[in-house]
Design a protein around this ligand. Structure first.
Ligand SMILES: NC(=O)C1=CN([C@@H]2O[C@H](COP(=O)(O)OP(=O)(O)OC[C@H]3O[C@@H](n4cnc5c(N)ncnc54)[C@H](O)[C@@H]3O)[C@@H](O)[C@H]2O)[C@@H](O)CC1
Ligand SMILES: Nc1ncnc2c1ncn2[C@@H]1O[C@H](COP(=O)(O)OP(=O)(O)O)[C@@H](O)[C@H]1O
Length: 299
């Protein structure tokens, strides 16, 4: 049985920021995210990363996404990409994206896929196939990035690997696409499935939903007790992906970064629900509550 993540664990793992620190101490998250259809996903992921302590956050995306980011998130650096199929990021921009300084890569939120067109899905696959292998740091693969990886696995290709650690953040629907199992099979024993595939793929698996399971390739696993059905709406996962990438950038190991991110995301969402209700809360309401928790714990 996996242990539950506790508040004590989280504040033991996330250190106070050393007085002598500078932005380089807390890494650079490069978020490759967003498309004409999903502008908000990129903004929620970037703001999640900014509000969870990353030293620098750079958003690589297409112009309409960057225009929204520039208006809403002036702290975010921008890497303008050419538009490809259906207003998503064109693979033409890969060399430019690869030249950006980054210690952590966040790949996937809002990139678009088969919901837009076969051409969009193919371009998103190319982004995943070319940006992950050989990346010099650690990475978080989320949302349409996971759907692209699922297509690669279905074709018998290996999951692309990088120099650091890789975190996958599937909900049960995405996990079903990645594994070829049904959602019912996954839901029947979430812990077993998360552990099995963390080992098989040599990644940290964050199997999301009520009582999210985090599993590491070395056999460690934990379950998140925080969060509520107010999170069951589009955009909640994008915030979590950004938060996870930021904790990686702050040099937490992947299992610890994922465990702390899911705990804090859920705990902040519980505070948001207390204020707005599970019906009324929105994913971006998580972020001010998260700030209060950092402040209360002198972080
Ligand atoms: N404002 C925005 O820009 C938003 C953009 N989003 C982006 O939109 C893209 C596609 O997301 P979608 O929500 O369309 O696609 P998903 O793959 O998340 O969901 C599609 C379908 O998968 C199944 N599914 C989803 N969650 C499940 C679960 N927990 N258990 C079982 N089955 C489940 C459901 O049948 C669902 O309709 C992603 O790149 C995402 O980042 C979304 O996050 C929503 C908000
Ligand atoms: N009933 C629930 N209880 C606790 N957490 C939930 C619940 N439903 C969803 N969540 C959380 O909300 C987030 C939803 O992410 P995801 O399904 O990827 O949505 P999206 O990609 O649209 O943002 C995950 O972190 C998940 O664990």
């Amino acid at each position: 049985m996996a242990v539950e993540i506790t508040e004590d664990f989280v504040w033991q793992v996330i250190p106070p920021r050393p007085r002598e620190s500078h932005k380089g101490t807390f890494g650079t998250v490069l978020a490759v995210a967003g498309s004409a259809s999903y502008r908000g996903a990129a903004l929620l992921a970037a703001e999640g990363a900014l509000r969870t302590g990353a030293g620098i956050v750079t958003l690589a995306s297409v112009e309409p996404v960057l225009a929204a980011a520039a208006a809403r998130l002036p702290e975010c650096c921008l890497c303008p990409c050419a538009a490809g199929a259906d207003g998503g990021i064109s693979p033409e921009s890969i060399p430019f994206i690869q030249r950006q300084k980054a210690t952590v890569l966040l790949l996937g939120p809002g990139l678009g896929g088969t919901a837009q067109s076969a051409a969009r899905a193919a371009e998103t696959r190319v982004l995943v196939q070319r940006l992950l292998p050989g990346f010099a740091g650690s990475a978080v693969l989320d949302a349409d990035g996971l759907n692209a990886a699922a297509q690669l696995l279905a074709e018998g290709k290996a999951l692309p690997h990088l120099t650091g650690e890789l975190i996958l953040t599937p909900h049960p629907g995405e996990m079903a696409r990645l594994t070829g199992l049904s959602v019912a099979e996954i839901s029947a024993d979430r812990e077993k499935i998360a552990r099995q595939y963390a080992k098989k793929w040599n990644v940290v698996v964050v199997l999301k939903g009520s009582r999210t399971v985090v599993a590491a390739p070395d056999g460690r696993a934990c379950v998140n007790p925080t969060g509520n059905p107010g999170l069951a709406r589009g955009g909640s996962g994008d915030v979590l992906a950004g938060m996870t990438a930021a904790l990686l950038a702050c040099r937490l190991p992947a299992f610890e970064a994922a465990s702390c991110a899911v705990y804090l995301h859920g705990a902040a969402a519980d505070r948001a629900a207390a204020l707005c209700g599970e019906y009324g809360m929105l994913p971006h309401d998580i972020l001010p509550q998260l700030g209060r928790m950092f402040a209360e714990n002198q972080r």
